[in-house]
Design a protein around this ligand. Structure first.
Ligand code: ATP
Length: 306
């Protein structure tokens, strides 16, 4: 019996390890499609943050040499403030978040966090400082507790519960048959888009990053769920430097700064009120979305994107 137990136990350890690395890979692949080789500089230092002010200085970037994606993109996100990026599909919004995570190196310019060029800091320290709530949260075939705890390896049950409470997902978890031990994912319980996003928020809260990237889902949640997520998000974002890749303008009216990207260039910037007053591309986008939301409301009474 003992002879059988030891190898099985050993297999269990290996399985855990493989699962962890698969989880990392999955997470990686969900964020990057193909990667140029990005390596730590030989003298790379750990990133140190103090407020985490972001600076994108005159960035040029292309995934492939023949097709430039970003042109002279230049902006700052002051420490603890929220900047939202809007623009048509393919304008380069998500590319900005990939560059901040340093999945790719830029062709010209510099990106800094608190004055430190991303190319001079270790990738491990950079990725520790940035939390991403992605468009589509990957849930592992494991317990919901594991799925939240993944944000901070070695976290205690108390920390996981506290994060779930802060993300307003604790009551939902408690209502599941096995609470935090309920298996979710492919072969377990299926969660709705909103519930998954709340798990991602709890995961990110546990990670407690200095910089938050929120990649808003293109497929809309129903408007009530969206509003709830939005409120939770603004709470987390309050004291953190936050970059929101936005698809619905209604979610970003309170952002400190909105950047409008078109074909890889910033064509307008300002607050929601300033951009409406400027009566340019943003004001047109806003008018179009408002009209669409009114139409949807009339058709099915469910509001935008339901
Ligand atoms: P959406 O709103 O649809 O998410 P986006 O504004 O976030 O779009 P990006 O994902 O940043 O757009 O893509 C900008 C451009 O870069 C697009 O033309 C896209 O086809 C291209 N692109 C994205 N990823 C890669 C890649 N790995 N290799 C080559 N081109 C890519």
């Amino acid at each position: 019996m003992i002879q059988l137990y030891i190898p099985l136990n050993f297999l269990g350890v290996i399985y855990r390890e493989i699962k962890q690395s698969l989880a990392d890979m999955e997470r990686l692949f969900s964020l990057l499609e193909q990667n140029k080789d990005v390596a730590d500089a030989p003298d790379a230092k750990p990133l140190t943050t103090n407020g985490a002010a972001l600076r994108f200085s005159h960035i040029d970037f292309s995934y492939e040499s023949k097709r430039q994606i970003l042109f002279d993109v230049d902006f700052e996100v002051a420490a603890g403030t929220t900047t939202a990026v809007v623009g048509h599909s393919g304008s380069g919004k998500s590319t900005l978040s990939r560059l901040l995570y340093r999945f790719y190196d830029i062709d010209a310019g510099a990106i800094t966090i608190d004055g430190q060029d991303l190319r001079n800091v270790t990738q491990a320290s950079l990725r520790k400082a940035i939390g991403i709530v992605p468009q589509d949260t990957v849930l592992f075939n494991d317990t919901i507790g594991y799925n939240i705890g993944y944000g901070k390896p070695g976290s205690s049950k108390e920390e996981i519960v506290a994060a779930a409470k802060a993300a307003y997902v604790h009551d939902f978890i408690e209502s599941l048959p096995d609470g935090y031990e309920t298996t979710v994912g492919e072969r377990g319980l299926k969660l709705s888009g909103g519930e998954k996003q709340r798990v991602a928020i709890a995961r990110t809260l546990l990670k407690n990053p200095a910089v938050l990237i929120f990649d808003e889902a293109t497929s809309a949640l129903d408007s009530k769920a969206e509003q709830a997520i939005q409120e939770q998000l603004s709470e987390i974002a309050e004291s953190r430097t936050t970059l929101i890749i936005a698809h619905r303008l209604s979610t970003i009216v309170d952002a400190h700064q909105i950047l409008v990207l078109e074909h890889g260039r910033i064509i307008e910037r300002g607050t929601h009120t300033q951009l409406l007053a400027a009566d340019g591309a943003y004001a047109q986008m806003w008018a179009r979305q408002q009209a669409r939301e009114d139409d949807d409301g009339e058709e099915d009474g469910a509001g935008a994107g339901a």
